[in-house]
Ligand binder design. Structure first.
Ligand code: UDP
Ligand code: MG
Length: 326
């Protein structure tokens, strides 16, 4: 029988505490399936400052299924995953976090769905053991994003835990933008999708790498990379304010002509100036968000550089991101 090759893509940034545990749990699931699948466990060391790389090297030393990419610095999970997609060799790729929040036991279920003919099998979180505030803000954000963009339909409960067929992997690889919101890309590329429900666990060890500013950045990236609605809203607001101002002007003129009006209205002027000033700054800020991203993308820099692959040095010129052939 022709064994299918499956890449397990694991981005890891300062995960020394959880990696050995992760490896144990993962192998418990994949070892029994050894006769049906050829596994590749592809770790992305995203510029960790702890012993993550040493641990990965040790794992590779005792398990030849382990491959790793050592990034030249910390690029963040989104870019790390792109590097993984670029170098994954499997017929399908399953992305999962190193912190065991996503149970490896789901992997066989995902593979079954894949055999049924689905190209993108995504994990759907049933229960999020998170604070009420984080849950509510996440739901609100996703609803807003779904309302804003015409081409994608995002649900708050799906994330990066998913199985992607080679077709999807190549499609994602063709999207070379550096300001990435991969969750939106999975939707944008299309293909046959199927959900699998799972319970999200608490992080097994170590700490979450998402700071509030990093989350905010990702949230803004999500909006700007999939919707131009904020720009349009700015012009609608501008139009509304001008129409309202014009009506008010007419009202003031008529009032002054008919009844005469001693100079007054100082509070009105101050509040109008403040309102308009604030609104103009907001609109400029929105334009700035898009402009900044255009600036970053037009530089056409490769999204990342790799320090080494499986311990072998990797030079910038043999970088895959500059020569993608699909
Ligand atoms: N991660 C990464 N680079 C980063 C931040 C995170 O590769 O700059 C990895 C991290 O090691 C983990 C995954 O992305 O495997 C998810 O991160 P985390 O668990 O901190 O996020 P959360 O689950 O809290 O959203
Ligand atoms: Mg996590």
């Amino acid at each position: 029988m022709n064994k299918k090759r499956v890449t397990l893509l694991v981005p890891a940034y300062n995960e020394e505490e959880v990696l050995p545990l992760f490896y144990n749990e993962l192998t418990k699931v994949i070892n029994p399936l050894e006769e049906y699948y050829e596994w590749e466990i592809l770790f992305i060391n995203d510029g960790s400052s702890d012993h993550t790389l040493d641990i990965i090297q040790e794992l590779r030393y005792k398990d030849s299924r382990v491959n790793y990419i050592d990034m030249s610095r910390n690029y963040g999970k989104e870019i790390g995953m792109l590097a993984g997609f670029d170098h994954a060799t499997g017929d399908c790729v399953i992305t999962l976090d190193a912190d065991l929040q996503e149970p490896p036991e789901i992997i066989p279920l995902m593979l079954n769905k894949w055999h049924e003919g689905y190209d993108d099998v995504y994990g759907r979180r049933c229960e999020r053991r998170q604070s009420v505030l984080k849950k509510a803000s996440s739901r609100l954000y996703h609803r807003m994003l779904a309302g804003m963009s015409t081409d994608i339909d995002l649900s708050a409960n799906s994330g990066d835990f998913r199985l992607l067929d080679r077709k999807c992997v190549d499609a994602i690889r063709a999207l070379r933008e550096t300001q990435r919101y991969t969750k939106g890309m999975y939707e944008w590329i299309g293909f046959r999708k199927a959900p699998i429900d799972y319970d999200i666990h608490k992080r097994a060890a170590g700490q979450s790498k998402w700071s509030v500013p990093a989350l905010m950045r990702l949230a803004v990236d999500g909006i700007t990379s999939h919707s131009v609605l904020p720009l349009r809203l700015a012009s609608y607001m501008g139009l509304t304010v001008s129409v309202a101002a014009f009506a008010y002007l007419a009202f003031v003129l008529v009032k002054a002509i008919l009844w005469g009006d001693p100079v007054s209205g100082y509070p009105t002027i101050v509040s109008l100036i403040l309102f308009l000033g604030g609104f103009i700054l907001l609109a400029l800020g929105i334009i700035g968000e898009y402009l900044g991203r255009i600036f970053l993308e037009t530089k056409q820099r490769p999204p990342y550089f790799v320090n080494s692959i499986n311990g072998k040095n990797h030079s910038a010129t043999d970088h895959k991101s500059t020569t993608i052939s699909l």
